[in-house]
Ligand binder design. Structure first.
Ligand code: FAD
Length: 493
């Protein structure tokens, strides 16, 4: 009798709650569940609680495919992915009751509403005698593991990264978390699953995702992207990462945003590549420091939970933003009359991605040339980026706006023309995304309104007809932005 009870206790499953960690390898929550020897029930909840930030349309497109990949990988190991929707807390509690789960394991998230939800759920489950364990799958160093010499969170990137790197080296002695077997033990009874098609994640009418074809969502796609980068681009990363027409960056961002690959996996692969090819060492260090910016952004979101809504530097709360729906629309559609800005915004609209330098230029144009609130830009990026990430997006926007931690100074106003001449001198990026200007010579490409009439005519460009005139004059906009900053400083004094 006793044995039978013990046996049935051992058969009580562990729910592994997948969130932004859609991978099987180096997934600590899954690895711990597998190591327990109990049946494992992988679950993903489409959390529709009003407290959650609704995901953007491009992220939903990605999730649709990433879930297919995850479900297939689980299937190949004799398992399944159980899909449920609703208020995540209620859904998980209901599943625990339904499956008589022994435990729930998950990997941690860092936005305040997610932390509050998870802590509350943890207490409720533990009070009910259900084991709960959470793990780190997303970061090299978690925010609560690192503080500066005075015990305060870092607010400046360079010392943050110096301290973080030191800690990471130690942590990397710990072997990677991996499921120990090729098969996951299935429960005696699978709970029912919703059908993903009912979630309508991908666009239907119209289907705007044709330009997303080059992406390969899922864990295998992430590993391929890393390998391609290390094999082909890593040596050039340091020197070429800012050149928008080059394929010099990793394009790992959506894979990282969905946790299809972990930063510890990237770190290890980079260390191995540096050993094989010491000549790529400095370039790869630069790459790791960009992963460091991702870490820093997550730390900021954790330490400053309002990062998505409020200026990190509170003096910027009083910034005199303008309301200009027409200009905002022109910016979103890539119709500002500034070729580089329009190229970036169209790349985003078409592919769900934008090169980092173009992000800085387009974001700067919105907040400085147009004086439109960075939150409007953040929301648009959130909806349209396949790599939309609460920490990176908010930190990126605040960095550009000047209101963030360790931000670009407000008086440094990007000139889209100067940036174009420097980082798209041959015009490959603008020609690709703004084809109506493709026949302009390089000298006229980044400022067509300054070109001679015969040059425009020869290229088939009629400003105001085939391509817009600038929606705002650069020198005027620059001065207006500086005046706005001066007014902020005066109010602050
Ligand atoms: C206004 C603005 C908004 C942004 N919004 C997002 C966002 O929503 N999601 C997102 O992942 N990144 C965002 N970024 C950061 C950066 O532009 C992208 O991470 C990068 O362009 C992704 O391309 P990649 O994977 O080829 O990058 P790589 O250059 O190959 O870098 C490798 C990885 O490092 C991280 N990384 C690189 N640059 C940054 C950075 N500046 N800040 C934080 N992490 C970085 C990313 O995870 C990236 O995948 C934003 C930047 C700006 C200026």
């Amino acid at each position: 009798m006793m044995d039978a009870t013990r046996q049935s206790e051992a058969l009580r499953p562990i729910l592994v709650w997948f969130r932004n960690d859609l991978r099987l390898s180096d997934n600590p929550a899954l690895a711990a569940a597998v190591a327990s020897g109990r049946p494992v029930i992988p679950v993903l909840v489409d959390d529709r609680s009003p407290e959650r930030r609704p995901r953007g349309a491009a992220s939903a497109w990605w999730l649709d495919r990433s879930l297919d990949a995850l479900a297939q990988s689980l299937h190949a190991r004799g398992s399944r992915l159980i899909l449920r929707s609703g208020d995540a807390t209620k859904v998980v509690l209901a599943l625990v009751a339904e499956t008589k789960a022994h435990a729930v394991y998950w990997n941690r998230l860092y936005a305040a509403d997610q932390i509050a939800r998870d802590s509350q759920l943890k207490s409720t489950l533990r009070a009910a005698g259900v084991e709960v364990k959470s793990f780190n799958s997303a970061l090299l160093v978690e925010p609560f593991e690192i503080v500066n010499g005075s015990g305060q969170p870092f607010k400046v990137f360079t010392p943050f990264w110096r301290a973080a790197r030191g800690q990471i080296r130690g942590q990397m002695q710990i072997p990677p978390a991996a499921p120990t077997s090729d098969t996951l033990i299935a429960p005696a009874h699978w709970p029912s699953s919703e059908t993903k098609a009912d979630w309508r994640l991908s666009p239907q009418n119209p289907d705007w995702s044709q330009g997303f074809v080059d992406w390969r969502p899922g864990e295998a796609g992430a590993q391929t992207a890393l390998q391609v980068f290390l094999d082909r681009a890593a040596d050039q990363y340091g020197a070429r990462r800012d050149y928008m027409a080059d394929a010099a960056t990793s394009r790992l961002s959506p894979h990282l945003a969905f946790g299809e690959i972990g930063t510890r996996q990237i770190w290890r692969a980079v260390m191995a590549a540096q050993e094989r090819r010491p000549e790529a060492g400095a370039s790869l260090d630069k790459f790791l420091s960009e992963i460091g910016w991702r870490e820093f952004s997550h730390h900021l979101l954790y330490q400053f939970p309002d990062l998505e809504r409020r200026a990190f530097k509170s003096s910027y709360d009083a910034f005199p933003w303008r309301s200009d729906p027409k200009a905002l629309r022109a910016w979103k559609r890539g119709q500002t009359g500034y070729p580089l800005v329009d190229a970036g915004m169209r790349e985003l609209w078409t592919t769900g991605y934008m090169h980092n330098r173009a992000r800085m230029i387009c974001a700067s144009f919105l907040v400085k040339h147009l004086l439109i609130d960075w939150r409007d830009g953040e929301a648009h990026f959130w909806d349209t980026l396949v790599d939309a990430d609460r920490a990176n997006n908010a930190a990126g926007w605040q960095w550009v706006a000047g209101s963030g931690a360790d931000a670009a100074p407000y008086f440094r106003i990007f000139s889209p023309m100067g940036q174009g001449e420097r980082f798209d001198a041959e015009g490959g990026y603008v020609r690709r995304w703004v084809p109506e200007l493709a026949r302009l010579p390089n000298g006229a490409l980044h400022a067509p309104w300054l070109a001679e009439a015969n040059v425009l005519q020869a290229a088939g460009v009629r400003l105001g007809e085939t391509y817009p005139l600038p929606i705002v004059d650069h020198s005027y906009a620059r001065q207006r932005a500086l005046d706005a900053l001066a007014s902020l400083k005066a109010a602050d004094a």
